[in-house]
Design a protein around this ligand. Structure first.
Ligand SMILES: *Cc1c(COP(=O)(O)O)cnc(C)c1O
Length: 221
């Protein structure tokens, strides 16, 4: 059973904020996804390639599948034909591979650059400087089959809401700055930030896309 009332209130909150709700269904079975689907939910997020490929094959064709995990270059080809948005791009090498596989499928794949905003140690995410250098580079501008739609980030996992707000604020500022730098600013419209514990702050700080798992589907074991 999913938390239907919570799903409905989240859907209303994002509609009021002109944002998008991505229901993060990782580790959850197909029937729970279908329950959310019947409540009108169409955007779902997964972070394991194998799990995403299986779910995509079994579930309705009009679901928009978001890849929100860390994507290895050698797995891009498995999702290139159908993925709606790749949130976690954190290297030029990965972007090149996405470009190549998108070309083979005859499509353009939308991507977000993942930026490291939390104070916690993690291998993932570009620094603000690296993100800016990437979008300014000629190599990046030469890619034809990928489109950078914006940025994605995760705040620190802390009860200090001021710190979380500050980190989201930093990402929001970078998003607005890069919009003035990128070649096609009209397509640079997505700021993916906010999860179950911090999405309200994220929306206040300009998020256009929240990624919510446990509030909808319950805790993951
Ligand atoms: C799991 C996950 C989420 C959802 O987290 P909840 O706290 O369950 O809402 C959001 N974003 C990413 C990148 C995730 O891996």
């Amino acid at each position: 059973m999913i938390h239907t009332d919570t799903l409905h209130s989240l859907q209303a909150e994002v509609a009021a904020a002109h944002a998008t709700l991505v229901a993060v269904s990782k580790t959850k079975p197909d029937d729970m996804i279908l329950e959310a689907y019947r409540e009108g939910q169409r955007d779902f997020g997964e972070n394991y390639v194998q799990e995403l490929v299986q779910k995509q094959a079994n579930l309705p064709g009009d679901i928009r599948w978001h890849f929100i995990g860390h994507l290895q270059s050698n797995k891009v080809k498995q999702i290139a034909a159908f993925v709606h948005l790749i949130h976690g791009v954190d290297s030029f090498r990965l972007l090149q591979e996405i470009d190549k596989q998108a070309g083979k499928c005859g499509r353009v794949i939308d991507c977000l650059l993942q930026v490291h905003i939390a104070s916690e140690e993690t291998k993932f995410g570009l620094s603000a400087e690296e993100a800016e250098t990437l979008v300014r580079s000629d190599e990046f501008r030469a890619l034809q089959q990928v489109r950078i739609r914006g940025l994605m980030g995760m705040a620190s996992n802390t009860a200090d809401t001021w710190k979380v707000r500050d980190e989201f604020h930093v990402l929001g500022s970078l998003f607005r700055k890069l919009k003035t730098v990128i070649v096609a600013p009209e397509n640079f419209d997505t700021l993916s930030m906010g999860m179950t514990g911090d999405y309200k702050i994220a929306l206040q700080e300009g998020s256009t896309m929240i990624r919510i798992g446990s509030a909808i589907f319950g805790d993951r074991s």
